[in-house]
Design a protein around this ligand. Structure first.
Ligand code: GLC
Length: 538
């Protein structure tokens, strides 16, 4: 093991609390459920967990609509339970990252209620973005900005002013030019750091700045897309980096505290700005997540990340799935170039090859876990879960479904409660059903079904995480090897060779002892859509 900070090559497990484990039997996952499953997370072999928002919230956007940043929603538990969970996790050797939601509050937040009750131009309104409308009666929104979830980004207050919400109408954007907003979040950071949180996943980090002139955009961005190039009036604006530098000085008071940016930006040059010394420790590399399953694309994406992060003295943060994207088993099982989010609604189901997707997903996991840098794993990916693509329309909970004018089904299909047991009520998730229905047959992919089973995806993740700790964390060196156009291959500094075969035909492996592979070798050769880790023969 190296002596570098824990986060540089950490494996972090993302807990979507609502869907992880239900301790009180109300159908919604909660802190009690999470506490009972902490040993499971520890035994996977990860270093940390990240918990999606657990704050008081009407849950119009799964908790990304926060009413009280210093308290827990009763459906998830209590503040005491949250603190106890953090302590227990830390006693098991797991760091705990909490989700910070600084771009917007809930419309039920006391600040927003106060703003609505106060006149235009008043201080309470200055914490958000209120503007007068256009047209003689001011009944046209102040500009043409659109919500990421669809529809206009402005809604009208009862007195006629408009307020900005880049997401749901119940998520008014905060004004980060307001000194009060800045002061409040400095305190929120300290609040959780004092309760031994190890840091923060920062939601929509790239959205905090707004062009004060509020210019028209002149076009409509694609739904569920939150990036838009340089000089965009609200994405990735340069002034936001001051905020992050301020936060970093606070984190630096707490040894080991880390922040990771959710920043959807266009290029690695832009992402690297978030990773400069004195800013974020980590920033998710969504370019890798979105790269098509093809050797040259994958290699180029990895190269961009290594050199982009390396240029600022940092390392990439790899991720294949999270609570916002179609699970990668399904993405890799669909033809290249097809938008999986659109396909979910009414796409041709015969286009999905789940066997292929599963195989590629396992190969991709072994690729990702062998790269220098940190990795984030989304609950259920270690079970090989696919997107649930047949949720009935009438039960969809994601605001995207309604706001997109029912053009996109939204993100519920990757948020279905995970199966713990082969059978039983809600497959061990809880005792009395689950807030989204689990598909028939999911018990076969449960933890119980895979635990200790040779060749299972759970076993593969456990072995890979174990070998990663054992062999791959000594340095951050990656040296490319040439094994032809259909493969990517590299040597890690420790003498581990990693080979991924993207082609249709089996390929020869370099000499050495096989440590791990996602599929049986065929006469000593690595078959299609497979990854092998080999101890180099010296
Ligand atoms: C982030 C979250 C997503 C949420 C959005 C608005 O992208 O990951 O789930 O809907 O921000 O807070």
């Amino acid at each position: 093991m190296s002596s570098s900070p824990w986060w540089r090559q950490a494996a972090v497990y993302q807990v979507y609390l609502r869907s992880f484990a239900d301790g009180n039997g109300d159908g919604t996952g909660d802190i009690a459920g999470l506490r009972s499953r902490l040993p499971y997370i520890r035994d996977l072999g990860v270093d940390a967990l990240w918990v999606n928002p657990w704050y008081v919230s009407p849950l119009h956007d799964g908790g990304y609509d926060v009413v009280d940043y210093r308290n827990i929603d009763p459906r998830f538990g209590t503040l005491d339970e949250a603190v106890a969970m953090i302590d227990e996790a830390r006693n098991l050797g797991l760091e705990v990252m909490v989700d910070l939601v600084p771009n917007h509050t809930s419309s039920e937040h006391p600040w927003f209620r106060e703003a609505l009750a106060s006149p235009p131009g008043s201080n309470p309104r200055s914490r958000y973005h209120f503007r007068t409308g256009r047209g003689p009666d001011g009944d046209t929104p102040p500009n043409d900005w659109r919500s990421v979830f669809g529809g206009e980004a402005w809604s009208r207050a009862p007195d006629g002013e408009w307020y900005l919400h880049l997401f749901d109408v119940t998520q008014p954007d905060l004004n980060w030019e307001s000194p009060e907003v800045r002061a409040e979040f400095r305190q929120i950071l300290r609040f959780w750091l004092e309760r031994r949180a190890s840091g923060f996943r920062v939601d929509v980090a790239h959205g905090l700045g707004k062009d004060p002139m509020f210019p028209d955009l002149g076009h409509i961005d694609e739904l569920l897309t939150s990036h838009g190039g340089v000089n965009h009036p609200y994405w990735d604006r340069p002034e936001i980096h001051d905020i992050f530098r301020e936060w970093r000085t606070i984190l630096d008071d707490y040894p080991g505290a880390v922040m990771v940016a959710e920043a959807w930006v266009d290029t690695w040059e832009r992402l690297a700005l978030y990773l400069r010394p004195g800013e974020f420790h980590q920033a998710f590399d969504f370019d890798f997540l979105m790269a098509p399953w093809e050797a040259s694309h994958m290699k180029e994406s990895i190269d961009r990340a290594l050199s982009g992060a390396g240029a600022v003295g940092s390392v990439p943060t790899w991720v294949l799935s999270n609570h916002d994207v179609v699970r990668h088993v399904t993405r890799y099982g669909l033809p290249d170039g097809l938008d999986a989010r659109e396909w979910l609604l009414d796409g041709d189901r015969s286009l999905l090859d789940l066997e292929l997707g599963s195989r590629r997903a396992r190969a991709a996991a072994l690729l990702m876990l062998a790269l220098p840098g940190s990795v984030y794993l989304y609950q259920g990916e270690e079970l090989g879960l696919a997107e649930v693509d047949d949720l009935p329309l009438e039960i969809l909970d994601d605001p995207v479904w309604k706001r997109s004018g029912q053009k996109l089904k939204g993100r519920d299909g990757c948020r279905v409660p995970i199966p713990w047991t082969i059978g039983g009520q809600s497959l061990g998730f809880g005792v009395d059903g689950s807030w989204l229905p689990q598909p028939a047959g999911w018990g076969g992919q449960s933890v119980e079904a895979q635990d200790g089973v040779d060749g299972s995806t759970l076993g593969l993740y456990r072995s890979a995480l174990h070998h990663r700790r054992e062999h791959l964390l000594g340095d951050e060196i990656l040296e490319w090897l040439d094994l032809g156009e259909e493969a990517i291959a590299f040597r890690r500094g420790s003498g581990i060779l990693v080979v991924v075969n993207f082609g249709n035909d089996p390929i020869d492996l370099p000499a050495g002892e096989l440590l791990l592979a996602n599929a049986e070798l065929v006469e000593g050769r690595l078959s299609s859509d497979s990854t092998a880790w080999i101890v180099e023969r010296t």
